[in-house]
Design a protein around this ligand. Structure first.
Ligand SMILES: [Fe+2]
Length: 386
C-alpha cells in the first residue's frame, strides 16, 4: 500500500510567473501578502512587474521582505502579525526556499492561531487550511513550491538548530515555476541549489518511504540534473539547461513530500544551523559519503541513480557515489566539511545535533550512534575516493 498526494497545481514554463495576478483573482482574494528575502529579489524587476500586475487586477498588496536565510521563528511571528495588521487574505511567496518556507510558517500561524514553534517537534498536527498560497521559486533546488514541508531556525538554551515540520496543509495552492526567473542566479548558487535538488531526488529514491510513483519522479529528476547542472553552472544564460533544472527541482520536491528524506539532510541541517553552511553546499558534500555507506543495502538503487545521472548503460554502485562526488567537484564543491571551512570546535556539536534528526529512521541503512559517528568523521575530513 502507498499514498501519492501532491495537490499543488503547477504551471510550468517561461513567463508563467506573470499569471499570478489572474490566478489570485480567480481564488477570490483581495489583499496579497508578498513574502521575499531582503536581498536582490526584493527589488527585482520581476517582482516589480508582479506588483504592477496585482494592481492592474485591483488587488492590494503588502510586501514583507524579511525572510532571511533559514527563517527564524521570530521572523515568522513578525510576518504573521503584519499579515493580520494589514488585513491580508492570501500569500505570494517569491524567492528561494527560505521565503517560501517563511510564507508557509506565516500561513500556519495565521490559520491555526498559534505560533509556528507549537508545531515543531511537538507532534501537534496542522488541521486548518492556510490562506491561499502561491509560490514562485527563483532558484532551482528547494522544491518548496510543491512540498508539504518547511524548515525554520530555532534557538534554545543558546544553541541554534534547524528543524523541519510537515503536514498536508503546507502544500502551496499554486506553484508558478518560471525558468526565466532563475537565469540570473550566480554560479555558486546554481551549484548549491542544484545539488540540493539532486539530494532530494536521491534521498527520496533511497528512502524507506519510497514508492513506485515517487521512484519515477526521482529518476527523471536525477537524469535532468546529470545532463544539465554543469551546463547551467557554466553558462547561466543557457535557457534550455535552466528550464531542465527548474523541472528537476520541482520534480524532486514532489518526490520528497511522498517518500521523505534521510541523514544527508540530518547532517546538513546541523551543519547549517551550527556552522552557517549553506544548505545546498552541505548536502552536496555529504551526499556521496552517505551513498557510499548504503552500498551493502541498496546496490540496485544506487546503480539506477548512477545510470540516470551519467547516462551510462552500465555502472557499479561504488561508481555511482563517485559520480556524484565528481559532479560536486566540477561545480567547485569542497570534498568534506572541514574543507568547507567549518571550525574544528564544531565537529562533535554538529554530530550531536544531527544524530537526533527526526527522519534518521527513513535512511535505507540504520546505524548505531557509534557507526554513524565513524561515518561522520569521514564526511568531516575524509574523501569519497579514499
Ligand atoms: Fe534540501
Amino acid at each position: 500500500m502507498f499514498t501519492f498526494n501532491s495537490p499543488t497545481k503547477i504551471v510550468f514554463g517561461e513567463g508563467s510567473a506573470a499569471l499570478a495576478p489572474k490566478e489570485l483573482v480567480a481564488m477570490g482574494v483581495r489583499r496579497v501578502f508578498i513574502v521575499t528575502g531582503p536581498g536582490r529579489t526584493a527589488s527585482s524587476e520581476a517582482l516589480g512587474a508582479l506588483k504592477s500586475g496585482l494592481e492592474k487586477e485591483g488587488l492590494r498588496h503588502y510586501h514583507f521582505a524579511e525572510a532571511e536565510a533559514d527563517p527564524s521563528i521570530a521572523t515568522v511571528a513578525r510576518g504573521a502579525a503584519s499579515f493580520k495588521q494589514e488585513g491580508c487574505d492570501s500569500i505570494l511567496a517569491f524567492g528561494g526556499g527560505s521565503p517560501m518556507d517563511c510564507a508557509k510558517g506565516i500561513g500556519v500561524s495565521v490559520a491555526e492561531g498559534r505560533p509556528i514553534e507549537d508545531f515543531i517537534g511537538t507532534g501537534l498536527a496542522f488541521t486548518k487550511p492556510l490562506p491561499p498560497l502561491v509560490a514562485i521559486p527563483t532558484t532551482a533546488g528547494t522544491g518548496s513550491e510543491v512540498t508539504n514541508a518547511a524548515v525554520f531556525s530555532l534557538e534554545s538554551a543558546g544553541q541554534k538548530a534547524k528543524k523541519g515540520t510537515a503536514g498536508s496543509t503546507l502544500f502551496p495552492r499554486l506553484a508558478l515555476v518560471d525558468p526565466l526567473l532563475q537565469v540570473s542566479m550566480p554560479g555558486a548558487l546554481t551549484a548549491a541549489t542544484g545539488m540540493d535538488a539532486l539530494t532530494h531526488a536521491v534521498e527520496a529514491y533511497l528512502s524507506r518511504g519510497a514508492n513506485p510513483v515517487a521512484d519515477m519522479v526521482c529518476l527523471e529528476s536525477i537524469k535532468l540534473i546529470g545532463a544539465n547542472l554543469r551546463k547551467a553552472y557554466e553558462n547561466g544564460e543557457d535557457l534550455e539547461a535552466r528550464e531542465a533544472m527548474a523541472r528537476a527541482s520541482t520534480l524532486a520536491g514532489i518526490a520528497l513530500s511522498q517518500a521523505g528524506l534521510g541523514m544527508v539532510h540530518g547532517f546538513a541541517h546541523a551543519a547549517g544551523a551550527l556552522g552557517g553552511l549553506a544548505h545546498g553546499l552541505a548536502n552536496a558534500i555529504i551526499l556521496p559519503f552517505m551513498m557510499q555507506s548504503y552500498l551493502p543495502v541498496a546496490e540496485s538503487r544506487l546503480i539506477a541513480i548512477g545510470r540516470a545521472l551519467t547516462g551510462a548503460s552500465t555502472m557499479s554502485a561504488p561508481e555511482s557515489a563517485k559520480a556524484v562526488a565528481e559532479l560536486g567537484s566540477n561545480l567547485g564543491i569542497p570534498p568534506n566539511l572541514s574543507a568547507a571551512g567549518l571550525d574544528e570546535a564544531l565537529r562533535d556539536v554538529v554530530f550531536d545535533d544531527a544524530k537526533g534528526y527526526k527522519r534518521r529512521g527513513q535512511s535505507p541503512r540504520l546505524y548505531s550512534d557509534e557507526e554513524l559517528y565513524a561515518l561522520y568523521l569521514r564526511i568531516w575530513s575524509g574523501s569519497v575516493t579514499e
